[in-house]
Design a protein around this ligand. Structure first.
Ligand code: SF4
Length: 76
């Protein structure tokens, strides 16, 4: 099981995560990234079976505000 965490307050609205992983990330009306299916909060979290492209998005985020955990351990 994977958990994706997004620290929205650090997001600079660059859009790279949405370009890299549109299945999971989208920029919403307030201009910041959002995890599809999560509640809109300062720190968003989503548990998913398959980390999919979220790992790639975490790696390319310029301010490193996307984190991915696998079985409780941060992998990126
Ligand atoms: S890549 Fe990072 S800084 Fe850029 S929009 Fe996504 S979360 Fe925000």
């Amino acid at each position: 099981m994977f958990k994706i965490v997004l620290e929205r307050k650090k997001c600079t609205s660059c859009g790279t995560c949405e370009d890299t992983c549109p299945e999971i990330f989208e920029l919403i009306d307030d201009g910041f990234s959002h995890i599809k299916g999560a509640n809109v909060e300062d720190v968003e979290e989503l548990e998913i079976e398959d980390a999919s492209c979220s790992v790639d998005a975490a790696e390319v985020c310029p301010v490193m505000c996307i984190h991915v955990y696998e079985n409780g351990e941060e992998i990126v």
